[in-house]
Every structure is written in structure tokens, then in C-alpha cells.
Design a protein around this ligand. Sequence first.
Ligand code: AMP
Ligand code: MG
Length: 331
Amino acid sequence: MKTQILLANGENISKCGEMIRAGEIVAFPTETVYGLGANAFDALATDKIFKAKGRPATNPLIIHVSDKSQIGQVAEVDSLSEMLIEALMPGALTLVLPKKDVVPSIVTAGNDTVAVRMPDHPVALSLIKEAGVPVCAPSANTSSRPSPTTADHVYDDLCGKIPVILDGGKCPFGLESTIINMTETPPRVLRAGSVDIAEVEQIIGSVNKSSVMTDQLSELKKPMHFVPQAELVFSAYYEGMSVTINSYFDRMTMAGRRPIIFCMNSNAGKYDDRAVMSMGDTVKAYAGSLFEKIREVEKNHDLIIAEGVPLGGIGTTLLTRLMKLSNGNVI
Ligand code: AMP
Ligand code: MG
């Protein structure tokens, strides 16, 4: 199959909407990462997503809507969820809710719950509107690869496996959505993501955060998790971490490895003339460029040594991703 990259203009968005309606799959940009979408009511179309990604059938998809009222078509919405929908959608927040029968079980991996979000990205919203149906979409990468934040990343992973990629430039956040399971009391955070959990708690009160870190560890026991081509390890965050990182870097270099350090801009000077990738001035910038920078450096380096960051806010999200990417390998 030939994979076309189409600029996300009005004509191409409506062509892709038509393709989704006709049972095809389309990669498209959102504010978090690129998604690979299909008509959420079409089990055969959804199956194409699992095949193209090599995604295990046990891993459910998120349904994307272009209008808040569409959420009620696929899920039962309670009053607490209504408050979050009102306050934080469109946005990088995914709610897990009781599913309606119209949603095929392949979308939810057999669960009686369904994950739903309304992306805050003009191309994603227009595409879903043009399709005229809710669009189920996981990230548009090969399973086990870092999530894609540009059309080129999608092409690198899925060329020949999908018909079309809508190119809407780089994703503004570069990190997946925050997922809250609203069917538990209190609601439970299933995945830390682009929306700070504190923002959610301001609206609905305290949520259960106990599995945010431990879930990453249980994830590691499964056969499938992110595997970047370069190995990644990270340091816990503390005052003298650059000393530990430098000595690890030197030992690995002597052992014939080609390491690179991922660090905050303000720390770059602490690593002398060692290979360094500055990840930005803020933890948010570091988190948002993580996937992109991994794909960039893995061509020339076989080991990434990443600085840790303090827990809290997007720092927690970043640490969950480092945990997953490193397979729990802390130096
Ligand atoms: P991705 O878009 O590739 O990040 O994958 C979507 C993620 O959403 C899955 O890996 C699950 O962790 C989560 N998810 C989707 N549907 C459900 C559900 N019904 N219950 C719990 N988690 C879900
Ligand atoms: Mg994914």
C-alpha cells in the first residue's frame, strides 16, 4: 500500500473525513500526539488500526469526538463527568465511562467501559466533523515505539501500512492525554498526561492517584511496552545527579557505547564536552519534546541517559514515561 502525506487543508480534511466514513483509516494530528483514526461504529475499520500498529487486541482505543454532545452517543455521562467535560473539554483529558451498546467491543477490547475525549486541535476537530461519526484512535505509531509528534514520525513507523497521513505540523503538547476512570469512586487516574491532575481535582475534588506510578511498573511485566531503539536509563532527581550521570556516561563510553544525556537547558554546562541534548527551560518543555528527541538521537546514539525531575504536575507525567521507556532502569 502506498502511504500519502496530505497537507491538512480544507479539501484534504474533507477527503479524509470521507475515507473514514467509507471504512478507511487515517492518521491525523491532535494537540497531544498523532492519532490513527477509524469510524468508531465500524468494527472492520477499527480492526485495520490494530493490524497496522501491531497493537494487541487487549489494548482499548480512545474515542475522539468533535462536539461535547457526541459523548452521550457512545457513553453514559454522570454529573461529575459532566463537570469535567464542561470545564476541560476540548482538551487533553480522556474520561473512561460506561459504554453504550452501539460501540463495538473491538474498540474497548471487550470492556464495558469506553474512553472518550474531545481533542483541542483544529485539524482533528474538522476531520471528526467531516467524518460525521465519532473516531476511535490510538497513537499513530507502531506498538512499542514512542508516540509520534510529527507526520514524519508516523511515516517512519507506518509507511506502507496505512493509506494516508494528514500533515498538520508538530503536535503542540507532544505527550498523550491524561486518563481518568470515572466509573470508580473516587475517580482513578489511569495515566498521567498533558493535563495536570491538580486541574482535575480543582473541579471534582480529590481523585485516586495511587496507581499512577505503580501501573507503569505493572505495565513493564506485559510483553508490550515502549521500546526505543536506543536504550534509555534515567537518574532520580537530586542536587548532585550530574556527577552520577557523568560517571555513568564515562563508564559506558569506555565500554564502547555511544551515550547522550537528556537534560534541562540550565544544567547543560554540568556535562562538560559530553554529548548532550537540551530538552528545554521547563519540565513541560522537557516532557513535550521527549518522544521527538528520542527519535532524533536514536540514529547516532545507542544509550540515552535522562535527567530526572521533581515529582508533581507534568513532572509526574514525565517520570511515568521515563519509567516506561527505561523499563524501570534507574541509575
Ligand atoms: P493510546 O491512544 O495509544 O495512548 O492508547 C489509549 C489508552 O487508553 C490505552 O492504552 C488504555 O490505557 C486507555 N484506555 C482506553 N480505553 C480504556 C478503557 N475502556 N478502560 C481503561 N483504559 C482505557
Ligand atoms: Mg499509544
